[in-house]
Design a protein. Structure first.
Length: 276
């Protein structure tokens, strides 16, 4: 069976307070975008292990047992004693980009196993299992625009469609440490909740919807901020960094002509039309 885990972007990201446990409370809107990995599982007939992982596309560092698709398999295997599987993962979503690629792979793996082996897990139960794998993993179970709060793990649906807008996303060859990004944040509550802000015309988002990480990341990595400014120069109606990662996206009108700009040989670039 084959499935295509998709990425997400953050529409706004407000760090509202630091918690006693050292984590931060936040609010953001998760929005699915059509940048996809490919994930396939088949029966494993060779060897005596429970799984075999084959990876292609963008290289993923680390051992197979630390990959989130394997962790997703192990989680359900403990509950259902699943048959051995041969896992093929083709990575197109860049890592360290604030796009949730690993989380998407994990969530789609849970859904794939549920369907393949007729486990009968409800969406609520799949979300519960996904939350064990990462704060934003559960978002990809329903995979619809979602308001997230807490540490990014408390969800509520939002009525929002950007269908028809063009998306231009660029991830430069820059690594942003999430730990370092959080360490420089000064939590504050916005005057207007993101739930209210997204009801405004998209053309007004630039004035009211911010990603708090930009305040600390852009001075440290000016090239990331320059990408955002370039997108506005090229006519974006809204542009922002996604999450705490290094990717920047711009939303453009349906009839806009997106330019060809070189942000570096190792930069990841995507242009496409939103379909949600």
């Amino acid at each position: 069976m084959l499935t295509f885990p998709n990425a997400k972007i953050n529409l706004g990201l407000n760090i509202t307070e630091k918690r006693p446990d050292g984590y931060h409370n936040l609010e953001t809107i998760f929005y699915p975008i059509p940048i996809e990995d490919a994930l396939e599982i088949n029966p494993l007939h060779d060897g005596d292990g429970k799984y075999c992982l084959h990876q292609a596309g963008i290289e993923i560092a680390g051992e197979a047992e630390n990959n989130l698709v394997v962790k997703a398999y192990k989680l359900l295997d403990e509950l259902f004693d699943l048959p051995p599987v041969d896992i093929h993962l083709f990575k197109r979503i860049p890592s360290g980009a604030g796009l949730g690629g690993g989380s998407a792979d994990a969530a789609f793996m849970l859904k794939l196993l549920n369907e393949k082996f007729n486990l009968g897990l409800s969406l609520d139960k799949l979300e519960e299992h996904a939350a064990c794998l990462g704060a934003d993993c559960a978002f990809f179970i329903r995979n619809a625009p979602t308001y997230a709060e807490g540490i990014g793990n408390i969800f509520s649906p939002v009525s929002l469609s950007l269908k028809g807008y063009q998306l231009w996303l660029v991830k430069p060859d820059i690594f942003v440490s999430t730990r370092d990004a959080f360490s420089q944040i000064k939590p504050r509550r916005p005057q207007r909740s993101l739930k209210e802000t997204i009801q405004l015309p998209v053309e007004e988002w630039r004035e009211y919807m911010m990603n708090d990480f930009e305040e600390s990341v852009f001075p440290q990595f000016p090239a990331i901020g320059e990408i955002k400014e370039e997108m506005y120069r090229q006519g974006a109606v809204y542009a922002s960094m996604s999450g705490s990662g290094s990717s920047v996206y711009g939303l453009f009108a349906a009839d806009a002509v997106l330019p060809d700009i070189d942000f570096g040989k190792k930069a990841f670039s995507y242009k496409g039309r939103l379909n949600v």
